[in-house]
Write a protein that binds this ligand. Structure first.
Ligand SMILES: C[S@@+](CC[C@H](N)C(=O)[O-])C[C@H]1O[C@@H](n2cnc3c(N)ncnc32)[C@H](O)[C@@H]1O
Length: 285
C-alpha cells in the first residue's frame, strides 16, 4: 500500500492545540488517530494561504484580521454536511401522524395560531423544507388559520447559503415521494428548486450549538430536530447541547435526534415515546 505524505505535516503538539481549539469552539473531538484527517483537510488551506505551517495557521485562527472568516472555513472543513429530503421516513411518519397533529391541537387549545419548529444543524435545508412540505400537504387543511414557523440553523455559512437558494440536484431529492417532487419543486434541467410557498415558511439563521447566549435566545419551540450532528460530539458536549435543547422546548414539545443516536446516559429529562421503527423524546410537565 502506498501512503501519500500530507501536503503539510503537523507536529503532535500542534495537533493537540488545534484539536482543543476545535473542541472548545465546535464540540467536535478529533482523536489522535484522526490527525491525518485534519492534516489532509486543512493542509490545503495552509498552502493556499501561503503560511509556513499549522502553527501559523493557528495564529491566523486566533488573532488574524480575518479570524471570523477563517473560522467559517475551518467549520466547513471539519464538519460533515450529508443530508437529503425525507431522510429517515419512520421519523417523518411519526411526526406527520402523531406529533405534529398533537402539538397543533395543543397550540390551538392555548389560543395560539402558530406551531414553532426548529431544525438545529439543518445543513443545506432539506430537513426544514421537508417539514414545511409535510405541513402544507397534510396539516394545513386540518388546522385552518394556523401556521407552522420553521427555523433552520447551522454553523456553516456555506450550507446555509445553499439552503436559502433552495436549489438541489438528484442526490438530495432521491428519497422524495414523487407526488411531493411534482407539487413542491420547479425543475430546471437537472436541478430542482423548492417552490416559494414552502420557502416562505422557513427562515435560516447561523447558530453554533455551543454558543450558550444564542442557544438561550431560542425559546418556545414545539418541535426540535437535532439529527446526525451529535454523533460528532463527546458525552459532555452532548449533555450540554441536549440540556439547552430541553430548555428551548415548550412543555408538551418533542425532540427528534438521529436514527442511530440515543439519549441514554445523556439526559433523563424527557419521556421516551416509541413509534414504529423510531423513538422520539417528549418534554413533559
Ligand atoms: C450530517 S449534517 C445533518 C443534517 C440534518 N440534520 C440531517 O440529519 O440530515 C450535520 C450538520 O451539523 C452542522 N454542525 C456541526 N457542528 C455544529 C455546531 N457546533 N453547531 C451547529 N451546527 C453544527 C454541520 O455544519 C452539518 O451541516
Amino acid at each position: 500500500m502506498t501512503v501519500t505524505a500530507p501536503a503539510v505535516a503537523m507536529s503532535d503538539a500542534t495537533f493537540r492545540v488545534l484539536r482543543d481549539f476545535i473542541y472548545e469552539r465546535l464540540g467536535i473531538y478529533f482523536q489522535e488517530k484522526k490527525k491525518y484527517l485534519l492534516e489532509g483537510r486543512l493542509g490545503k488551506r495552509v498552502q493556499l494561504l501561503r503560511l509556513a505551517g499549522f502553527e501559523e495557521y493557528l495564529h491566523v485562527l486566533r488573532y488574524g484580521a480575518q479570524k471570523d472568516l477563517e473560522f467559517e472555513y475551518l467549520c466547513d472543513a471539519v464538519t460533515i454536511n450529508e443530508t437529503f429530503f425525507f431522510r429517515n421516513e419512520p421519523q417523518f411518519d411519526a411526526l406527520e401522524t402523531v406529533v405534529l397533529p398533537e402539538v397543533f391541537q395543543a397550540r390551538r387549545a392555548a389560543g395560539a395560531d402558530a406551531v414553532r419548529v426548529w431544525s438545529a444543524a439543518c445543513s443545506s435545508g432539506e430537513e426544514p423544507y421537508t417539514l414545511a412540505m409535510i405541513f402544507h400537504e397534510k396539516l394545513r387543511h386540518r388546522f385552518p388559520g394556523m401556521r407552522m414557523e420553521v427555523v433552520g440553523t447551522d454553523i456553516s455559512s456555506t450550507v446555509l447559503h445553499t439552503a436559502k437558494k433552495g436549489t438541489y440536484g438528484d442526490y438530495a431529492t432521491r428519497n422524495t415521494p414523487p407526488h411531493y417532487l411534482q407539487k413542491y419543486f420547479t425543475v430546471d434541467g437537472q436541478r430542482r428548486t423548492v417552490k416559494d410557498e414552502i420557502r416562505a415558511m422557513v427562515r435560516f439563521q447561523h447558530l453554533n450549538l455551543f454558543e450558550r447566549g444564542f442557544m438561550r435566545s431560542m425559546r418556545d419551540f414545539d418541535l426540535i430536530l437535532c439529527r446526525n450532528v451529535m454523533i460528532y460530539f463527546d458525552t459532555p458536549a452532548k449533555v450540554q447541547v441536549v440540556s439547552d435543547l430541553y430548555d428551548s422546548l415548550r412543555f408538551g414539545g418533542y425532540l427528534v435526534i438521529g436514527y442511530s443516536e440515543l439519549l441514554h446516559g445523556i439526559s433523563n429529562a424527557f419521556r421516551v415515546v416509541s413509534f414504529p421503527k423510531t423513538t422520539l423524546y417528549k418534554k413533559e410537565r
